[in-house]
Design a protein around this ligand. Structure first.
Ligand SMILES: Nc1nc2c(c(=O)[nH]1)N[C@@H](CN(C=O)c1ccc(C(=O)N[C@@H](CCC(=O)O)C(=O)O)cc1)CN2
Length: 295
């Protein structure tokens, strides 16, 4: 392998260590322990693993674990009622509805019930709008993790030609927006893109977030490019990504593995968002208290 291996586990561990100190300082200064309410509906096995990991990591950095579990057959109304309750609960700093939800539920209107200041997944229309306008707000976790990894390895973003493969609301669109906000030149590709390999060969950075195992082969990669793999596929030989790793690593300058690349960053960024959500709510409450006092 000639590429530098981007070690997401190590970067995530550093992010968590810094956060632990920041959470302790915030709690000492305000008396508030930020709390994360993960909401899991049903028992999708991968979601159970991810939510368990989110809960464990939250506690390890000093956040309160306010997890909620609803049964597989929970109705849309039951999930709505839970989200309304969490939205109104001052002990809850962040709310995350684990995706996917069972097929009989409609996730989009449920996500909209999360107030923007508690939207630690950055998926509400308000958060998406704030990102599009490059205004302060909570950003989606996997996309911010991708940026954090590029920065950790000093991969230049400003002026870079980036090709994002996939246009999902969870990863493709927001990562493209974050990169544009950092002055990259971004091409979003999808199932109708003509000659995807040729488009990818123009890229200084490829972000593969398409959900097709091994789609990105070595001939997609310009020599020295950074290849960021967001895909996760479970097979008989274990986990793999959207990138055909070993051959691509012979051509790339930087590459993320699966597992151990972007995945661990998703959770680290969620923890950071939960602290930021608590800080935001604290300043909103202080501003509202001083406005009432001076009225
Ligand atoms: N509400 C959300 N739902 C989902 C999100 C999300 O950001 N918000 N992302 C994915 C799943 N996900 C977090 O929820 C997630 C995926 C992967 C990892 C991770 O650490 N992966 C490890 C491998 C772990 C394993 O053994 O499976 C790795 O890549 O090294 C963490 C979180 C969909 N749903």
């Amino acid at each position: 392998m000639t590429a530098v291996l981007i070690d997401g586990k190590a970067v995530a561990a550093r992010v968590r260590a810094t956060l632990k100190d920041e959470v302790a300082a915030f709690t000492a200064a305000t008396g508030i322990q930020p709390g994360l309410a993960t909401v899991l509906v049903g028992g999708d096995p991968a979601s159970e693993v991810y939510v368990a990991s989110k809960r464990k990591s939250s506690v390890a950095v000093g956040l309160a674990d306010l997890h909620q579990h609803l049964p597989e057959d929970a109705t849309q109304q039951q999930v709505e009622e839970l989200l309304h309750r969490l939205a109104a609960d001052p002990a809850v700093s962040g709310i995350l509805l684990q995706l996917p939800v069972p097929a009989h539920l409609d996730a989009a209107p449920l996500i909209e019930l999360i107030p923007f200041e508690k939207d630690v997944d950055g998926l509400t229309t308000m958060s998406v709008g704030l990102l599009a306008q490059n205004k302060p707000g909570l950003r989606p976790c996997t996309p911010s993790g991708v940026i954090e990894l590029l920065d950790a390895y000093d991969v230049p973003i400003e002026g870079a030609n980036v090709v994002v493969i996939g246009r999902s609301e969870l990863v493709g669109r927001p990562v493209a927006q974050l990169l544009v906000n950092r002055n990259a030149t971004v091409t979003i590709t999808h199932s109708r893109t003509k000659d995807l390999a040729a488009v990818c060969r123009t890229a200084d950075i490829i972000v593969a977030a398409v959900g097709v195992k091994g789609l990105v082969t070595a001939d997609f990669v310009k020599s020295g490019a950074a290849v960021i793999d967001v895909g996760i596929h479970r097979g008989p030989e274990g986990l793999s990504g959207d990138v055909d790793f070993a051959p691509a690593a012979e051509v790339a300058g930087f590459i993320t593995p699966v597992p151990g690349g972007v995945g661990p960053m998703t959770i680290a960024m969620l923890l950071g968002n939960t602290l930021r959500a608590a800080q935001l709510q604290h300043s909103l409450a202080s501003a509202s208290a001083s406005a009432s006092a001076s009225a």
